[in-house]
Design a protein around this ligand. Structure first.
Ligand code: ZN
Length: 320
């Protein structure tokens, strides 16, 4: 048998898994990130977790490689963190690939956490019969990845497809990226909470609890009037952004995942209608809006799947 080890480094937890060629998880482990303790302790956790995964395989030579997916903007060639914001403070500049390659005699791949989700979809999900698709991860923020002819769109160093930082309102609130009205400020978990809080501050909210995305979405399902108003803005904002992605990339599918998207089919149905109303019919006609395949395992499966994606196909990571 051949196996790949995957590590998904996020703001709250680090997930480890061993997967086989078909993408099945044969062993897994998870630890809290504790990002506030600094990059050194985090890197130590990553190495210890990889050790544990290595030990779970009978023959070490069956390991074909190690793949890492990390929050932040990742230089995929160097395997370093170009920029990590508040999610992973001080993580910027960490030479992830070098530290792992020094310790293990196997191939190492490092990429952004949403790019690796797109690789999981390419290998085992929507991408099995589709070469052009956009991935959106609606979590605390909004992450994006674009697969074009079976390859990730990279830009100069790998920072392309920051789809959460597309503005849908030039007069909107200031975003951390420097722009105004980025879609992330409306349709991410923190964006939904922000809209809910804004409504409460101007005295028009029907709820008295401190708003967070999960509770607002739940109240929306129960037809709470204020939550309905918030979610109308969320869906309009996201629908507008997705229409822009469809016009820009002409994809066969837009794959929507992450915690916000996992709130049930009603969210995707409402979004589908909004996107339909905002997209040229000749573009929309060949594009499906679909839920992501792997839920909370997407990151760790995709991290490991880099080993098969780059190691076995003609799709060298460095040719892209
Ligand atoms: Zn922004």
């Amino acid at each position: 048998m051949s196996y790949a080890i995957g590590v998904d480094i996020g703001g709250t937890k680090v997930q480890f898994a061993v997967i086989d060629r078909e993408g099945n998880i044969t062993n897994r482990h998870r630890v809290p990130t504790e990002a506030n303790k600094g990059p050194e302790q985090l890197m130590n956790k990553v190495l210890l977790g990889i050790d544990m995964m290595m030990e779970s395989i009978d023959q070490e030579e069956e390991i074909q490689g190690i793949g890492i997916g990390s929050a932040g903007q990742i230089d995929y060639r160097e395997g370093t963190v170009r920029y990590a914001g508040d999610t992973l403070p001080d993580w910027t500049g960490t030479a992830i690939k070098e530290m792992i390659a020094r310790r293990y005699n196997t191939s190492v791949y490092v990429d952004n956490d949403v790019n690796v989700i797109a690789i999981a979809e390419k290998m085992y999900g929507v991408g099995k019969d589709c070469d052009h698709f956009v991935c959106l991860a609606l979590g605390t923020g909004i992450g994006g990845a674009v697969m074009e002819a079976g390859r990730l769109i990279r830009g100069v160093f790998g920072g392309a497809a920051e789809l959460g930082h597309v503005s849908i309102d030039i007069n909107g609130p200031r975003c951390s990226c420097g722009n105004n009205g980025c879609v992330e400020l409306y349709a991410s978990g923190s964006g939904i909470a922000r809209l809910g809080l804004e409504m409460q501050r101007n005295g028009s909210a029907s709820y008295a609890w401190r708003p967070n995305a999960r509770d607002i979405i739940q109240a929306w399902h129960q037809h709470d009037p204020s939550a309905t108003q918030v979610m109308r803005i969320v869906i309009r904002a996201l629908g507008s952004a997705i229409a822009g992605y469809i016009h820009t990339f002409n994809p066969e599918a837009v794959v929507v995942g992450g915690g916000v998207a996992q709130s049930g089919p009603r969210f995707l149905q409402a979004l589908d209608q909004e996107v339909n109303a905002r997209t040229s019919s000749y573009m929309r006609g060949c594009c499906r809006l679909i839920p992501a395949n792997f839920g909370s395992d997407a990151g760790v499966i995709g991290a490991a799947a880099q080993v098969w994606h780059y190691g076995e196909s003609s799709c060298s990571q460095y040719m892209i």
